[in-house]
Ligand binder design. Structure first.
Ligand code: IFM
Length: 459
């Protein structure tokens, strides 16, 4: 048994939890919401495990009051959620939907009444299907429709909501959505994937400009999901590892913080990156007030048996494939690599001298521990969170400016192509009755927040 000492975070550090619209709200159309790409994708046979979809999800739309009360009971100081673009502008570009806006006003009011700071994300993958029909983010026009949407959100909610992010994990929407096809809209087209990678960043830059012209005093950021790319002693080509790092990590940080895409990636992409036009990266590199980092695990890769193999999520990378699952992993099959969390944050600080303050906008683990007699003992999730918070504190002690932490996720929810089987919630959701049961991890997290740090821990 080793003792881990109690650890305190800085006194102004903020604690929260995160969700996303399509994963929890329910796709209710009663307020005029129109479908998103995820409605279409999840209703296409064979795309999502068990044929699951987000039609009801956690029915947060109808249970918002009780859910905010639950957040307050856990002592959350801030709540990260996303706004469903097709709820507030159903076709994505012409008419604002007053009923949809009213629902978010209510959510924000409820949060503020409970002393919880709202932190909305504008795009967490649920693109209005009407826009997809005219090319989605492959269509450069979508970039300005996104900026219009962002301006409307600043106008509508910016009097009470300061902290905003434009995009969540744009790598996923680009490469899972258009490279491997494992996510909506489900394309397998490398050029489309790279175009979408670029257009999302351009939309981010224009949105930041549009929101700032709408209002002063907003704190604007973007949420990226960087990972260390490691081969851990197995054979792998260093140049390909560096290329994966370029596509997964440097593309996003270089463009937003240095105003240039990584030259090695641009060179390898060649005409795949034709969508990048002169002046675009300057637009992308708007000064940011903060950056969100979602961290779950280090990506382990090895030399592929087939040396000509292409990874669809990393177009232009050849002969490399994911390493086999480790013995200890979460229900997602993801390895548990807390030291990588510290390493990654220190690297970002070192590589980007103008890195703005960081918020950890997602971190968490999927485990399927059952509810028995009203309790759910999810020790493995507590252990995961504890290890990662300790790793985060190590990064803070090494001088990385981290201001807050959002646990993923408040509720079990629709885990995209994996449906409802993968449970990330600190609160269990029974998807038959929609009953919420805080797991042991929720009670543990409540105490972490109240204490401003971690308890002593034995293992
Ligand atoms: O559920 C997702 C979330 O939508 C984006 N980040 C990763 C989470 C877990 O896979």
């Amino acid at each position: 048994m080793s003792q881990r000492p109690a650890l305190r975070f800085p006194s102004d550090f903020v604690w929260g939890a995160a969700t996303a619209a399509y994963q929890i709200e329910g796709a209710v159309a009663e307020d005029g919401r129109r479908p998103s790409v995820w409605d279409r994708y999840s209703h296409t046979e064979g795309k999502v495990a068990n044929g699951d979809n987000g039609d009801i999800a956690c029915d947060h739309y109808h249970r918002v009051e009780a859910d905010v009360q639950l957040m307050a009971d856990l002592g959350l100081q801030t709540y990260r959620f996303s706004i469903a673009w097709p709820r507030v502008i159903p076709d994505g570009r012409t008419r604002a939907n007053q009923a949809g806006l009213a629902w978010y006003h209510r959510l924000i009011d409820l949060l503020l009444e409970h002393g919880i700071t709202p932190c909305p994300t504008l795009f967490h993958w649920d693109l209005p299907e009407g826009l997809e029909e005219i090319g989605g983010f492959r269509n450069r026009d979508t970039v300005s429709w996104f900026a219009d949407y962002a301006a409307l959100m600043a106008q509508e909610f910016g009097d009470r909501v300061t902290m905003w992010s434009t995009f969540n994990e744009p790598w996923c929407y680009a490469y899972l959505g258009h490279g491997s096809g494992a996510h909506a809209p489900g394309l397998r087209d490398p050029k489309a994937a790279v175009t979408v990678a670029h257009h999302q960043l351009l939309a981010h830059g224009l949105a930041v400009q549009a929101m700032r012209s709408e209002r002063d005093g907003l704190a604007l950021g973007i949420v990226i999901n960087p990972s260390n790319i490691v081969s851990e002693g197995v054979e792998a080509d260093e140049a390909e590892i560096r290329m994966i790092d370029g596509i997964h990590n440097r593309w996003w940080f270089d463009a937003t913080l240095t105003g240039a895409y990584p030259a090695d990636v641009i060179e390898r992409y060649g005409e795949l990156a034709d969508a990048v036009q002169p002046g675009d990266v300057e637009t992308i590199a708007q000064p940011l007030d903060w950056m969100g980092i979602n961290y779950y695990f280090d990506i382990l890769v090895q030399q592929a048996a087939d040396r000509g193999l292409h990874m669809p999520e990393y177009p232009a990378v050849v002969g490399t494939e994911p390493s086999p699952m480790r013995a200890v992993h979460t229900d997602m099959g993801w390895p548990i690599t807390p030291a990588g969390f510290t390493e990654l944050l220190v690297r970002l600080r070192d590589d980007y001298p103008n890195l703005p303050p960081i918020y950890i906008t997602e971190n968490g683990a999927a485990y399927d521990d059952p509810v028995v007699d009203g309790r759910c003992h999810d020790e493995r999730r507590i252990d995961y969170l504890d290890l990662h918070l300790r790793a985060l504190l190590d990064a803070i002690e090494e001088g990385v400016d981290v201001r807050g932490y959002y646990q993923w996720s408040l509720l079990d929810n629709f885990e995209w192509a994996l449906g409802y089987d993968k449970r990330f919630g600190i609160v269990h959701v029974d998807f038959d009755t929609l009953e919420r049961t805080p797991r042991d991890s929720a009670l543990w997290y409540r105490d972490v927040i109240a204490r401003g740090g971690l308890p002593e821990h034995s293992d």
